[in-house]
Design a protein. Structure first.
Lengths: 218, 303
């Protein structure tokens, strides 16, 4: 099993709903977004167009952040997820320098969004239940909503099909621009899409073999 | 169509929000570890070589070991000031199988214990060889730490390994020349010749590194920063110290009284050049890839 994602750039409208859904799910501290939307403007008036590219941790098959970590805090699971053991992390930020996608984030002292302190939602750490107070001084990243995937093992639900066990960003997309599933299963919807349409990974020349594929905008 | 300033400004506006940005997480404190640690270990290696060549110069050797240990300690303290959870710092010893940072740390006990042993009994032998090798290993690990950082193109260029090792050795020789001029008022012609040779090799390696950068995708901003550095580095950090060291060596043959001053200047400039080079590489020139140029079609390997 190897979890992965396909993002159809034809469908993405750049609405930032996935960015906000992720923010809500993980209640990330001020300044930290596990998912961002980049954009590119092509052509000239009257045929100019704008391409939106959601970017997050690519949960690479050859993640450069894993071997460099001096503590072993960053590790790769057998299901393809690249995660951080916060109890081991010393916050040296070496993994941040190793990630070509700029998608590892250092938790600074200031985690709250408002001067008045943490809101109840921030204290709860979102649906994912992060304790951001403890995570200060460490490096964090997208987990592919691992807490939801773990629920799938308990309930027998299928990630990518059943909303309860599918990453929040995929669930929320109003344009259905994303598919989540098992890249090792030839019958999964994500594998079928990649068979039918060419996909590409970001910065493939870095040799990271990303688990997120993009479908080219026509 | 007008090509005035407004139009130029319009063209300069980036049309891609994922452009290369300068990394800011490794700041001057991280650079200080590469600067001080590199010079310190370079000094240990050069002074070990000098002790083998001239076993009588034990007093000067001891002074150099103290300075080297001080520099390495300063570098370590700077790293401790940078990391998010310094209390857990020993966790960094847990991943020696793949992490060059862990491997760098593992050389430190050998360096510190070996240095103390040499302070007690400074003479050529197995202990001195082990100490010099551990110092070289530390330098090499530092270089590999940078080359393993795939997020920063100017670091992940493989030729940076030789550049960081060579500049560490050159800084060590420069520091040795400086210290000997200060402590004993003189230094051997051989050491000055060694400094000149190391400066020459550092120049060759620097040119090779710059050429290698032109053959791969490196953000323009990184190139601009390195271009700005290159002129100063080659004149102040390479050419002038080389000429001063040659002049000092020539005076050494005639035992001229102005020789210590020239030697000290040559050494100081060689060290300053290396420090400026590493500080620039680690902080000012360290831009990320940006991802605009990667929007192209390729076949996924999963199929």
């Amino acid at each position: 099993m190897h979890w992965g994602m396909v993002i159809d750039l034809n469908r993405c409208t750049g609405c930032y709903a996935c960015v906000l859904a992720c923010k809500e799910e993980h209640s990330t501290p001020s300044g930290i977004f596990f998912r961002q939307v980049h954009f590119q403007e092509d052509g000239e008036y009257p045929s100019a167009r704008r391409v939106h590219v959601p970017v997050q941790c690519n949960h690479c098959r050859e993640p450069p952040c894993v071997p460099v970590c001096p503590t072993g805090a960053t590790y790769k699971r057998s299901d393809g997820l690249v995660l951080v053991d916060a109890d081991k992390c010393i916050g040296c930020a070496y993994c941040m320098e190793a990630c070509p996608y700029e998608h590892r984030h250092f938790v600074e002292d200031k985690i709250e969004h408002f001067e008045a302190g943490l809101t109840p939602a921030e204290q709860a750490g979102g649906e994912a239940g992060h304790d951001w107070d403890i995570l200060r001084g460490t490096v964090v990243k997208c987990t592919f909503c691992a807490h939801r995937l773990e629920r799938a093992q308990e309930t027998g639900l299928k990630p990518g099909i059943d909303r309860d066990v599918t990453p929040a960003c995929v669930n929320t997309c109003p344009a259905l621009a994303m598919e989540f599933g098992d890249l090792d299963d030839p019958e999964s919807s994500i594998s079928r899409i990649l068979r039918e349409r060419e996909g590409f990974g970001l910065l493939e020349e870095a040799g990271t073999r990303p688990s997120i594929y993009y479908l080219q905008k026509d | 169509m007008s090509n005035g300033p407004d139009q130029a400004a319009l063209i300069a506006v980036p049309n891609w929000s994922g452009e290369a940005i300068r990394q800011r997480k490794w700041d001057w404190r991280a650079a200080a570890n590469f600067v001080a640690g590199g010079t310190g270990t370079g000094l240990l290696i050069v002074s070990a070589g000098a002790l083998v060549v001239g076993p009588d110069a034990q007093g000067a050797y001891v002074a150099q070991v103290w300075v080297a240990l001080g520099l390495i300690t300063v570098g370590l303290l700077c790293v401790m000031a940078k990391i998010g959870r310094p209390i857990r710092a020993l966790n960094a010893l847990r991943h020696a199988d793949t992490s060059w940072m862990t491997r760098e740390l593992l050389t430190l006990p050998v360096i510190f214990i070996g240095s103390l042993r040499m302070l007690y009994e400074p003479k050529p032998g197995l202990a001195l060889a082990v100490l010099a090798l551990a110092a070289l290993a530390f330098l090499y690990c530092q270089a590999r730490i940078l080359s393993a950082s795939k997020g920063i193109p100017v670091w992940s260029e493989p030729t940076i390994v030789l550049l960081v090792v060579m500049t560490g050795l050159t800084e060590g020789a420069g520091m040795s020349v400086c210290l000997l001029s200060l402590v004993s008022g003189s230094n051997s012609v051989l050491l000055l010749v060694a400094l000149v040779v190391l400066l020459f090799v550092r120049q060759v390696v620097w040119a090779r590194y710059r050429r290698a950068l032109t053959r791969r995708h490196v953000p323009d901003r990184s190139k601009e920063v390195l271009n700005r550095l290159s002129g100063y580095f080659m004149i102040v950090g390479q050419l002038l110290p080389g000429l001063l060291a040659i002049a000092a060596a020539a005076m050494g043959v005639a035992e001229h009284p102005g020789r210590p001053v020239l030697s000290m200047l040559a050494g100081a400039m060689a060290v300053a050049g290396g420090w400026a080079l590493k500080h620039t590489l680690i902080t000012r020139a360290a831009y990320t890839h940006g991802i605009a140029y990667t929007l192209r079609r390729t076949r996924p390997e999963v199929l």
